[in-house]
Design a protein around this ligand. Structure first.
Ligand code: 3PG
Length: 228
């Protein structure tokens, strides 16, 4: 099983995909993996999503999750399609318990201290901070992280290549998510490759890595945490 910490530590950016059928999913996953972004979130917002998860999950090196999961039925569909992890826009007790029972890694959305506390009650401490910019941006994340020292976030919603380095510099931020890597209607894998490569260098991760981080997800020079 791939843990949520391994997933959040595998790359600085999780591409959030809203697929409209304009691009071959397996080729897209190969492009993302080979250009340094192995973690891929396919949102269940279009009719193409489940087939895409099925195809992408077979691509060597790809860690494919389902996003915008809001109920148990979608959880079951995503698991059947081969998703490794589940992302939800918010945090509810019912869905959270179901995902925990499924054994899949889980990244529920939070945007308030109450959300975080409900997650902690369920044994969760890794969250999507969503919608990141609309919820107050980096000042809100800073305030939210202070009472919860063990909690780590993946801000998503309004993240851009321009503001991502600021988010990634915060020690409570493991990675960010965003749709900019695969723009709507994208069909040009060369452009996706360029955007993916640029995303991999949005953070100098050495700046804030602790020994705990190095143990959880060694950099290439330290070994490969996801080699198996
Ligand atoms: C999500 O579901 O994570 C967001 O829709 C992504 O938001 P963005 O388009 O601002 O990256």
């Amino acid at each position: 099983m791939t843990t949520i910490d391994e997933i959040m530590g595998a790359a600085p950016v999780i591409p959030v995909l809203i697929l409209d059928g304009s691009i071959d999913p397996a080729a897209l996953a190969e492009t993302l993996v080979s250009n340094g972004l192995p973690v891929i979130e396919v949102t269940l917002r279009t009719s193409h999503a489940l087939d895409a998860i099925h195809a992408m999950a077979r691509v060597p090196g790809a860690i494919v999750g389902a996003g915008t999961v809001v109920n148990r039925e979608q959880l079951a569909q995503a698991q059947d399609a081969g998703a490794t992890f589940i992302v939800a826009p918010g945090l509810t007790e019912g869905l959270s318990r179901a995902v925990l029972e499924s054994g899949l890694a889980y990244l529920p959305g939070v945007s308030s201290a109450g959300d975080v506390m409900r997650g902690l009650d369920l044994g969760l401490d890794r969250f999507k901070f969503f919608p990141a910019v609309a919820s107050g941006g980096l000042p809100a994340l800073k305030s939210l992280s202070e009472p919860f020292a063990s909690v780590r976030f993946c801000p998503t919603g309004g993240i851009t290549p321009e503001n991502a380095p600021d988010w990634l510099a915060h020690p409570a931020v493991r990675c960010v998510g965003g749709t900019w890597i695969v723009p709507k209607g994208a069909a040009d894998l060369t452009q996706v490759a360029q955007l993916a490569r640029a995303a991999t260098v949005l953070r100098d991760r050495q700046q804030w890595r602790t020994q705990e981080d190095s143990n959880l997800w060694p950099l290439p020079s330290e070994g490969n945490a996801l080699s198996s």
